[in-house]
Design a protein around this ligand. Structure first.
Ligand SMILES: NC(=O)c1ccc[n+]([C@@H]2O[C@H](COP(=O)([O-])OP(=O)(O)OC[C@H]3O[C@@H](n4cnc5c(N)ncnc54)[C@H](OP(=O)(O)O)[C@@H]3O)[C@@H](O)[C@H]2O)c1
Length: 304
């Protein structure tokens, strides 16, 4: 039975992996997060990995606060680079397969065509630089795969979709930048694609080919388009107003264009990726169901 260790599993992607893993029988999934395995602790990471001896490690742990990272460089580097190195060192010389997730923010955004895996990274932010350093740390292991993704959201955790839903309920209008283009990614789609490929490799249906891959949903949009779709999908009346990035200053510079070319992962692994709009509809339905459950009145004991 293959042992699959997932680190940082209480976040968006990790939580979706937990959910999807219920459809995969015959695998020994071990889900960890800060409380059970702090991957910045070198010795504990080594000991843990030695003890469970995984066949696969999926690292979902990350420091994702793009603006805060500008003034908290040490923590960003510790979680996004040093901790990844701790995992790589712990599996050095073994056949353990390592899947590490990274970001479209490793690119500067100066391109006008989608970035592929051979495009030169040139991050503009501390977050982007720390994630790029983490990619190098992961790739020091001979059986490592980097999956870069973009604009991740889920019904779990905090993200753009949930923020817009909340604000659109409170306000009459929302200003959202329209001069940054990319592709939203539903973490549930990425989780399913990842576990399906792992299962394919274990069953010898596809080969595990180490290296860098890009995965996002299909399509392209601006943050404005994304917000507009969230609002209209949920039937809210809030007006979404397009603004320029200069009208919404942030600590970190973000790429103006960070669309990922997914040809490599689609060709190597026969992936059929949903359009971002289709997946957004699914996610919003789940969020609305969760909210209904949260709002449902709880009856006094004995009256259920
Ligand atoms: N979110 C995005 O928009 C986005 C975009 C592109 C790429 N990505 C990449 O996609 C991957 C998954 O992102 P996500 O959005 O699922 O992340 P997330 O929701 O922020 O989850 C990360 C998890 O890692 C945990 N963690 C932090 N430090 C840790 C440590 N030292 N040891 C163990 N666990 C630790 C976090 O715990 P705490 O919450 O307690 O810190 C959290 O549960 C990451 O590699 C990320 O960089 C994300």
């Amino acid at each position: 039975m293959a042992t699959i260790l997932i680190t940082g599993s209480d976040g968006q992607l990790g939580s979706e992996l937990k959910l999807v893993s219920k459809n995969y029988y015959g695998y020994d999934f071990i889900f960890t997060d800060l409380d059970t395995l702090d991957i910045t602790d070198n010795q504990k990471t080594r000991d843990f990995i030695q003890k469970v001896n995984p066949d696969w490690i999926l690292n979902c742990a990350a420091y994702n606060q793009v603006d805060k990272a500008e003034s908290d460089i040490q923590t960003a580097m510790l979680i996004n680079e040093t901790a990844v190195n701790n995992i790589s060192e712990s599996i050095k010389g073994s056949e353990c397969r390592f899947i590490h997730f990274s970001t479209d923010y490793v690119f500067s955004g100066k391109s006008f065509i989608p970035y592929n895996e051979y495009s030169e990274p040139d991050p503009e932010s501390v977050y982007g630089r720390s994630k790029l350093a983490g990619e190098k740390a992961a790739l020091s292991h001979h059986a490592a795969m980097i999956i870069r993704t973009s604009w991740l959201y889920s019904s779990f955790g905090s993200n753009f979709v949930k923020t817009i839903l909340k604000k659109a309920k409170e306000k009459e209008s929302l200003n959202v930048v329209f001069d940054q283009a990319g592709t939203p990614t539903y973490a549930a789609d990425l989780a399913e694609a990842t576990l399906a490929r792992i299962a394919g490799v274990i069953r010898n249906q596809v080969a595990f080919i180490p290296g860098i891959y890009h995965y996002s949903n299909e399509g392209v949009c601006s943050w404005y388009d994304f917000a507009e779709a969230i609002v209209s999908e949920s039937g809210l009346s809030c007006r979404v107003v397009p603004i320029l990035s200069v009208q919404y200053p942030t600590a970190a510079r973000r790429p103006a264009y960070s669309v990922l070319d997914k040809s490599k992962i689609k060709e190597n692994y026969g992936l059929n990726i949903p359009h971002w709009r289709t997946s957004l509809t699914k996610c919003i339905k789940i969020i609305e169901q969760q909210q209904k459950i949260d709002l449902s009145p709880t009856l006094p004991r004995g009256q259920e």
